[in-house]
Ligand binder design. Structure first.
Ligand SMILES: Cc1cc2nc3c(=O)[nH]c(=O)nc-3n(C[C@H](O)[C@H](O)[C@H](O)COP(=O)(O)OP(=O)(O)OC[C@H]3O[C@@H](n4cnc5c(N)ncnc54)[C@H](O)[C@@H]3O)c2cc1C
Length: 397
């Protein structure tokens, strides 16, 4: 039985581990965090990714955890509503697409694999050396071990990518924005409602999903030369507080809650572009290989689909991992390209460049419901995302 070490335990990793174990491989997952990481925004599962979770038997449970969002309101600095939009349209979702909290999906995927996959928390790979027998792996804490294959499913700042392919900067493309997300008290008593406030170059959002006791706040802003150190949480909080200091509406209260947030998340909006996703017995999947950025709205779906295809092609290659890796890239690359391409145009609608552009967007949003054929216009907005999300037909392996 082939042994596979997977670095990271978020979305791509447990999905890959599930399918590998279905096909008779023995996966081990190593996660740097001491326990499964919750937190993060609400994420969409669309198109081919819905087929993946359905084939895993998880779709009914995912649907039961849907955020069930109803409406998005846009407000001015005084909190006055200036426009509203149906939540599904705001999220670019079609009928069958499901929106779920990232943490809920991570927990479900972990649960689906916990009895058949070895999980090692609080550890990280320190070196990878290919030998005749496989890959000799050393860890920060545990003893070294040999695996037949190693997979990096450890996100945008992948450790495996750095060890096997080189420094991050060679592969990342900065989209010029930063994002921060964290839990806040639901002091507005929002019920499946999203509220947003934009200034040129910066947008703040607050929402509460179905069944949630708390709310989430999101801050998205143009980086303007910002280089906040990756592990300097206090420095990152300071950046968010400074950038949104004059934002009005509920922003001062949201920023006040940031200090105690249990799940502060902060990162640049970046994509990963690589000429190849494998090297010898090491391969990458999910954000580590082809991060599309939160602006694409497709990062999670790409991880689910990529993990399914990688496991399937390895199984189909019956022991020839090089052939399996090559087939994985052939199958997946067009799908990745189509979804990565969504990010830059989405971003233009998420952060306004000027006050004029902002006023124009609000005007159009107010006008939209009254225009003849507005339903058709709305459909066109989601059609582009749907086209990318369904641009792969999943094989049965
Ligand atoms: C806490 C958190 C919150 C997020 N919030 C959002 C969000 O709000 N919106 C959004 O669009 N995307 C968010 N993301 C990213 C989103 O989950 C991914 O874009 C997408 O789901 C792809 O998942 P992935 O499994 O490829 O990578 P990720 O979800 O990024 O997971 C990578 C995993 O690898 C682990 N890891 C990192 N380094 C090491 C190491 N050295 N050794 C072992 N493990 C390591 C990380 O702890 C993490 O669990 C978040 C990710 C995390 C981890």
């Amino acid at each position: 039985m082939k042994t596979v070490l997977i670095s990271g335990a978020s979305i791509a990793s447990p999905t890959l581990a599930y399918w590998l174990s279905e096909y008779g491989f023995a996966p081990t997952v190593v996660e740097r965090a001491p326990a499964l990481r919750g937190g993060g925004y609400k994420i969409d599962i669309r198109g081919a990714a819905l087929d993946v979770v359905e084939r895993m038997g998880l779709l009914p449970r995912i649907e039961a955890l849907s955020t069930d969002m109803k409406v998005a309101h846009f407000v001015d600095a005084d909190g006055k509503r200036v426009a509203s939009m149906d939540a599904a349209l705001f999220g670019g979702r079609e009928n069958t697409d499901v929106e779920i909290m990232r943490g809920d999906l991570g927990s479900l995927l972990h649960e689906a694999t916990a009895d058949r996959v070895e999980y090692v928390f609080d550890d990280s790979i320190t070196s990878l050396t290919e030998t005749e027998d496989g890959v000799l792996v050393t860890f920060e804490r545990g003893p070294s071990r040999v695996f037949d294959l190693v997979v990096g499913a450890d996100g945008l700042h992948s450790n495996v990518r750095r060890l096997a392919f080189g420094e991050e900067g060679r592969f990342t493309r900065d989209l010029g924005h930063h994002i921060s997300i964290f839990t806040v008290p639901n002091h507005l008593n929002l019920d499946r409602v999203e509220m947003g406030r934009a200034e040129p170059g910066a947008s703040a959002l607050m929402y509460a999903t179905a069944r949630a006791a708390d709310a989430r706040a999101m801050f998205l802003f143009a980086s303007d030369g910002l280089t906040a150190a990756r592990h300097d949480i206090e420095g990152q909080k300071k950046v968010v507080a400074e950038r949104f200091a004059d934002h009005g509406w509920e922003v001062p209260r949201l920023l006040g809650a940031m200090a105690d947030a249990p799940d502060f998340y902060f990162d640049s909006l970046s994509q990963v572009h690589m000429d190849t996703w494998s090297k010898g017995r090491v391969v990458l999947v999910g954000d580590a290989a082809y991060c599309a950025s939160p602006a694409s709205g497709q990062g999670t779906s790409l991880s689910l689909v990529g993990a399914y295809v990688l496991a399937g092609e390895l199984a189909a290659a019956s022991g020839d991992h090089a052939a399996g890796f090559a087939a994985y890239e052939r199958e997946l690359r067009p799908f990745v390209a189509a979804n990565q391409a969504l990010a830059e145009s989405n971003l233009k609608g998420m952060v306004m460049k000027s006050a004029f552009q902002m006023r124009f967007q609000m005007f159009m949003l107010r006008l939209l419901p009254h225009l003849p054929g507005s339903a058709g216009m709305a459909e066109r907005v989601t059609a582009k995302i749907h086209e990318a999300a369904t641009s792969i037909s999943l094989k049965s392996y």
